[in-house]
Design a binder for this molecule. Structure first.
Ligand code: NDP
Length: 456
């Protein structure tokens, strides 16, 4: 049986683009369909524009800190519309590079939505064209989820919209306590916006090490975010008075805001994709079930990235896509190991973490040793910033292998990426101790913690 293509990829985001490029470089005939813009969530409305917003919002604090170093910075002004314009241009440039790289590798980019017709056929929705492929890769990612358990859901915007808003709101209410909510709370507070964070639990960042969570919540409050915990939206109304919206919480509080943002998680973008036509098995949350090779229950269909709801991070999708292409087209069978992936939360200061939290390690291994340090970074001695760094190492008592490392402090993502190598290699606490400190740095603390933490 001959097919139009060796590989048809649906979704030109991080995972899909990598898989398509690598497959095409082996000589396979590859097409990729994208209904929105090339680059996917990460480039267009996720990690990349978010990080630029973090940079933009950090300046205000830097100007304040600079006073301790002899600077006087007067008449600082900020033009949000100008920033959004520069941001948009950079995102456009990056999206273009993705498209160019696809072309360079010989991948055919089809700029329309594709849906599955059967195990070897997709249909382009706009043109109606049907295409056959020996293998189909689904890499359609996720989409923001806003529950309908409160009134006025239509007034709530999500991370999909936030990078386009040219007018800086005077005040903002953000719902959620995960990655996106805490990052945006810091971004807007840093930009001088009156910011409210509404989270149903406490502290924020469920799933992270408990101490990290406490420190991040303290950091939000110190940054001027009004943190409303154990609270949910019950009603969002458009008022168009001094503020555009009024948000009523289930504890009776009423908050006024120019913008209301929901950062309440993401769901796999599988609705209407036609997966049922090919008999692809889904989990109850709509994610595609795959094995360690990213293969679905259908022999000709694979899926990578957030749509599979394994570890929903860009570099993971890239590695899954690469492994799929190497295995299926490159004659180099391997699959991606999802253990000990470093991750960061771009709060201000940020979080960097790899491996198990204290709670997870205790549950899994029982006996563990904890090494930790909370200290004032050198810069703060002059800047007047009162925040302190948290560094924590979790060690398995039986063999001294480092199971996890958690940092909240300046440059934590940069530090944890390097520490992640050691942790992935199963370094022991002794290996950390054998490493000479680099002075003066924050990271030197990781190799100079000698005393186990003993609870009082
Ligand atoms: P998360 O899953 O991280 O957080 C969702 C938050 O919404 C949680 O605090 C959750 O509460 C709360 N929530 C869920 N449902 C409801 C509800 N019905 N009512 C009230 N609160 C609710 O999702 P995000 O949207 O923050 O981020 C999505 C994903 O994007 C992340 O999981 C991550 O994979 C990725 N991401 C990664 C980033 C990074 O690497 N730096 C940055 C941004 C996103 P509870 O805790 O109680 O469940």
């Amino acid at each position: 049986m001959s097919y139009d293509y060796d590989l048809f990829t649906i979704g030109a985001g991080s995972g899909g683009v990598r898989a398509a490029r690598i497959a095409a470089q082996t000589g396979a005939k590859v097409a990729i369909a994208e209904e929105f813009r090339t680059g996917g969530t990460c480039v267009i409305r996720g990690c990349v524009p978010k990080k630029f917003m973090v940079y933009a919002s950090e300046f205000r604090k830097s100007f304040k800190d600079a006073a301790g170093f002899g600077y006087s910075i007067d008449n600082v002004s900020y033009d949000h519309a100008a920033f959004i314009k520069s941001l948009g241009a950079e995102v456009e440039r990056l999206s273009g590079i993705y498209a160019k790289n696809l072309g360079g590798a010989g991948v055919e980019l089809l700029k329309e939505r594709a849906e599955i017709v059967d195990a070897h056929t997709v249909k382009l929705v706009e043109s109606g064209r049907e295409i056959t492929a020996q293998r189909i890769l689904v890499a359609v990612g996720g989409t923001p989820f806003v529950p309908d358990d409160f009134e006025g859901r239509e007034h709530v915007i999500t991370s999909d919209d936030i990078f386009e808003i040219e007018e800086l709101p005077k005040s903002i209410v953000i719902a959620g306590g995960g990655y996106i909510a805490v990052e945006f709370a810091h971004i807007f507070a840093g930009l001088g916006v009156e910011t409210h964070l509404v989270y149903r639990g406490t502290p924020v960042l469920r799933g992270f090490d408990e101490e990290v969570r406490e420190v991040v919540q303290e950091g939000l409050i110190a940054a001027g975010v009004n943190v409303h915990t154990k609270a949910k939206f019950s009603k969002v109304e458009k008022v168009d008075a001094e503020f555009r919206y009024s948000v009523t919480l289930d504890n009776g509080s009423v908050l006024n805001a120019d913008r209301v943002v929901g950062a309440l998680g993401r769901v796999p973008h599988t609705k209407g994709l036609g997966l049922e036509n090919a008999g692809v098995e889904l989990a109850p949350n709509g994610s595609i079930k795959v094995d360690e090779w990213s293969k679905t229950n259908v022999d000709s269909i694979w899926a990578v990235g957030d749509v599979t709801d394994r570890v929903n991070l860009t570099p993971v999708a890239i590695r899954e896509g690469h492994a799929f292409a190497d295995t299926e087209f490159g004659g180099k069978a391997h699959h991606f190991d999802h253990d000990k992936i470093s991750t960061a939360v771009f709060t201000q200061p940020p979080v960097g973490t790899v491996g198990l939290s204290e709670e997870q390690a205790r549950e899994e291994y029982g006996e563990i040793d904890i090494y930790k340090s909370r200290f004032k970074p050198m810069k703060n001695a002059l800047s007047g910033d009162q925040s302190r760094v948290l560094m924590k190492i979790i060690v398995r008592a039986s063999d001294q292998v480092v199971l996890g490392c958690h940092i909240v402090g300046p440059d934590a993502p940069e530090i944890i990426q390097a520490v992640g190598i050691a942790v992935k290699m199963n370094a022991t606490k002794q290996d950390f101790d054998n490493t000479c400190a680099l002075h003066p740095s924050l990271a030197e603390e990781l190799v100079t913690m000698r005393n186990k933490f003993v609870p009082e």
